[in-house]
Design a protein around this ligand. Structure first.
Ligand code: PHE
Length: 444
């Protein structure tokens, strides 16, 4: 059986951007920014994306294209059959299942808000509405619906399913988001929101640098879909003519632009209607988007139309990311166990139906899985992939990096490999330790 592949270069880039652009940009990014001093966070975050995110992305691409395999098979084969490296790859497959188990619950909420926006049923009682629908059987039901759509696309395969769907979805997301941002920033009362978001707050940064750095690092990995093996899997369907570093940079720039754009929608709206982020941020994670914005829409003329457009964008973005998460374990079953795509997708959807429902029924479980657990797993996973590229592949990695690359990109190859071997894993390990200490309640 010949292995599947992307139809076009643009198709691959859009699929990867589709993976990157998701709840991370539209849901997590605004509230991380709000909780970490606004613009101060933005600056550090951009730095981490550039210095850690892009090289990390390229490292995953190198593994994927060289091996033409899912993460577990890739590390196992490229290390000439090392079980330990195979286990590192398998860890990514397990992380993917854990991630999808919470991601699909949030996807279900979005779906529900999308439909509820047509009638405006949460208008007027945004907080109470979220409290009522967030967890429980209906939340599990919407999770299952979201998962079902995700599985249908993955069932269609790489070219006819994933590539076709994401090529349609990405332009729609950008057009809607640009229109929403254009509208939001020109509202009267948008000014304070924009300056909260975009003015540089050096004093805040100086006082909280380590916290901001840790949060920015976690966010950068999450938003670029790093550390699970999504980008390994997507690159495994690539041909040799791609310039991996160039494509990686394009993907990171587009992803960042869409995140920044989302902020331009969210902050002016929150400041112009509900008077700022404090109420939203106090809600913690989910509240920032669901309660804050839902409240904002109810204050606006044409609020329903705007709400439908906004939650439509978020739903599409979440779907294109969920697809890329489910594709990891599917590729694993197809590659390593010779299971048909259809059976593999069905079996995994069945599994996540159960694990996701557990999250939908238990707020406590959801909080642990969606926050610290996934953060730690992504960071640990990426450290593993980087060490693998730097120390096991070594010069082979450089050869793969250079294949299809232009002259300039090739000239920075050695610097890339060096950072992948040394600084990047050290930096990530430091954030890992800092996060563990923070979890254990140690402050410093
Ligand atoms: N990048 C996605 C987002 O921002 C989440 C994701 C993480 C997707 C890891 C795939 C793998 O929502």
């Amino acid at each position: 059986m010949t292995r599947e592949s992307w139809g076009t270069r643009v198709g691959f880039i859009l699929a990867a951007v589709g993976s990157a652009v998701g709840l991370g940009n539209l849901w997590r990014f605004p509230w991380m920014t709000a909780e970490n001093g606004g613009s101060a966070f933005l600056v550090v975050y951009l730095g981490v994306v550039l210095l850690v995110g892009v090289p990390g992305l390229v490292a995953e691409f190198v593994i994927g294209r060289r091996s033409e395999r899912n993460p577990a098979g890739a590390l196992y084969r490229l290390s000439s059959g090392s079980k330990s490296w195979g286990a590192v790859g398998l860890f990514g497959v397990v992380t993917a299942i854990a991630m999808l188990s919470f991601y699909s619950v949030v996807g279900g909420w979005i779906l529900r808000y999308f439909f509820a926006s047509f009638t405006g049923s949460y208008f007027g009682s945004a907080g109470a509405y979220f409290d009522a629908i967030g967890f429980g059987l209906p939340a599990a039901g919407f999770h299952v619906a979201f998962l079902g759509v995700t599985a249908l696309v993955v069932l269609g395969g790489v070219r006819d399913g994933i590539e076709r769907a994401t090529t349609l979805m990405m332009p729609a997301i950008v057009v809607l988001l640009v229109a929403l941002a254009g509208w939001a920033v020109t509202r009267s009362g948008a000014g304070p929101g924009l300056s909260f978001y975009l003015d540089f707050d050096a004093a805040y940064l100086r006082a909280n640098f380590l916290d901001v750095l840790g949060a920015a690092a976690g966010q950068a990995l999450f938003t670029l879909s790093l550390g699970v093996g999504t980008m390994i899997t997507y690159a495994s369907y690539l041909g040799e003519d791609h310039d991996l570093a160039f494509d990686g940079s394009v993907i990171a720039v587009l992803n960042t632009a869409i995140g920044v754009l989302a902020g331009l929608v969210v902050f002016p709206l929150l400041f112009a209607t509900v008077g700022g982020v404090s109420g939203a941020a106090a809600e913690g994670g989910p509240g920032a988007l669901f309660v804050g914005l839902a409240g904002a829409f109810s204050e606006l003329p044409l609020g329903r139309v705007l709400a439908v457009a906004f939650f439509g964008v978020v739903a599409l973005a979440a779907l294109s990311s969920a697809i890329s998460i489910l594709e990891i374990p599917v590729a694993y079953l197809v590659d390593e166990h010779g299971i048909e795509r259809r059976t593999a997708t069905g079996a995994l959807a069945g599994l996540v139906l159960v694990t996701g429902s557990a999250n939908a029924l238990s707020p406590g479980l959801f909080t642990v899985v969606s926050g610290p657990l996934v953060d730690l797993m992504l960071t640990a996973g990426l450290v593993g992939f980087l060490l693998f590229v730097g120390w096991v592949l070594g010069s082979d990695a450089l050869a793969e990096y250079s294949t299809g690359a232009g002259r300039y990109v090739r000239s920075v190859g050695p610097a890339w490999l060096w950072s992948v071997r040394t600084i990047l894993p050290l930096f990530l390990l430091a954030t890992l330790v800092a996060n563990l200490l923070a979890l254990a309640g140690v402050t410093f």
